[in-house]
Design a protein around this ligand. Structure first.
Ligand code: AHM
Ligand code: MG
Length: 353
């Protein structure tokens, strides 16, 4: 008979159970500095916002006023969902009176939201997409939130937030929350990529996997093929290539966070190229593509516009869009080779005219 008195608790699982997000964030810093404490507090607030959004999503179909559109259009010209507004406001409210961030910039707001009471001390700006993939909300499929943390530079007295118009290497940290069967938070502070799962019984994000690496190649290609008719010939050539070769499989959920998460864990490539209607693609650089690009690189993968490294792109405006090719190194490079070969052939032909 088993001796229950001497039950051995494996050390690894005890340690894992205790590894909360805030402890993990502090461990990313070598000293217990003000910066370490601030960033840890910011991550805690993001985690709180994620819990509030997760709770509302889990009961969305049971509550009035959660699903559907507000009837408004945002600065991007897109129809706004009630969940977009709720989640946008949640991020604002968790950072009010925090003394942590002075500005919040999001997909849902034309200009950054200033928190004047934080401004004398808040040295950071949070950029975020409160609900990514919001077309999935009403049908109970996965959605996400994306965030990016930058150091504020200068006083921004004119309220134009010009200092945000810099390349993606300026990000101090980035991550996303995936609201799926479980709620997962993935983040980087430039020292690897780590994932946490929300344990609803504890109300805590608990470490699931440290130092995640993207396989150098994967079978998945993730793209909205309904846009085929609007793509450049280079992208069509790439899609014909994967159709004609064994070993590829298509997965596209309509929510970037979910599609990226699959690729982070299993390898492959996600692309949202330019289209006839949207030559710069659909995805926004500062709070969608650049944070995921930082995660991709930190996990050993790549992110590109097709023509250049995504993290090197300097935007002209807050809501700038860029084409995005992201995921496993070999797969991103294959897509790039189609785009760049086509561009080279085009310019050679032009030179002949
Ligand atoms: P959103 O943040 O307004 O929801 O838009 C971004 C989403 C991405 O999550 C997703 O990859 C893409 O838009 C889907 O767009 P499409 O329906 O054109 O394929
Ligand atoms: Mg989005």
């Amino acid at each position: 008979m088993e001796n229950f008195d001497k039950a051995v608790i494996p050390e690894q699982s005890l340690d894992r159970d205790c590894q909360t997000l805030s402890r993990h964030v502090l461990q990313q810093f070598s000293n217990f500095t003000t910066e370490a404490q601030d960033v840890s507090s910011i991550m805690n607030r993001i985690a709180l916002a994620a819990k509030l959004v997760s709770r509302r999503l889990s009961r969305a179909g049971l509550m009035a006023g959660v699903l559907g559109f507000t009837g408004e259009t945002n600065v991007q010209g897109e129809s706004v969902k009630k969940m977009d507004i709720y989640a946008n406001d949640v991020f604002i409210s968790v950072f009010k009176q925090s003394g942590l961030v002075c500005r919040l910039a999001s997909e849902e707001m034309e200009k950054p939201y200033y928190i004047p009471e934080n401004c004398p001390i808040g040295r950071y700006t949070l950029l975020y997409d409160p609900i990514d993939g919001s077309s999935n909300v009403d049908i109970n499929l996965n959605v996400g939130s994306i965030f990016s943390l930058r150091q504020q530079q200068g006083d921004d007295l004119d309220g134009e937030a010009q200092d945000l118009l810099q390349d993606g290497d300026r990000q101090i940290g980035a991550g996303y929350v995936l609201y799926g069967p479980s709620t997962v938070l993935v983040y980087t502070l430039g020292k690897g990529v780590h994932s946490f799962i929300l344990d609803p019984s504890l109300g805590e994000f608990i470490l699931a996997e440290e130092n995640i690496t993207i396989p150098s190649h994967g079978p998945v290609y993730s793209v909205n093929e309904g846009n085929y008719w609007q793509w450049d010939e280079s992208i069509r050539e790439y899609i014909r290539y994967v159709h004609r070769h064994e070993g590829y499989t298509s997965r596209y959920s309509g929510a970037l966070v979910g599609d990226f998460h699959r690729i982070l864990l299993q390898g492959g490539v996600f692309l949202y190229p330019g289209t006839v209607k949207k030559p710069e693609g659909k995805l926004r650089l500062l709070y969608e593509s650049a944070p995921l690009a930082l995660l991709a690189e930190q996990a050993g993968g790549q992110a590109s516009t097709g023509m250049e490294r995504l993290l090197s792109v300097v935007p002209d405006k807050l809501h700038q869009r860029t084409p995005l090719v992201i995921g496993s190194t070999e797969d991103v490079q294959l897509v790039e080779s189609f785009i760049q070969d086509w561009a080279r052939r085009e310019s050679e032909q032009q030179a002949l005219v």
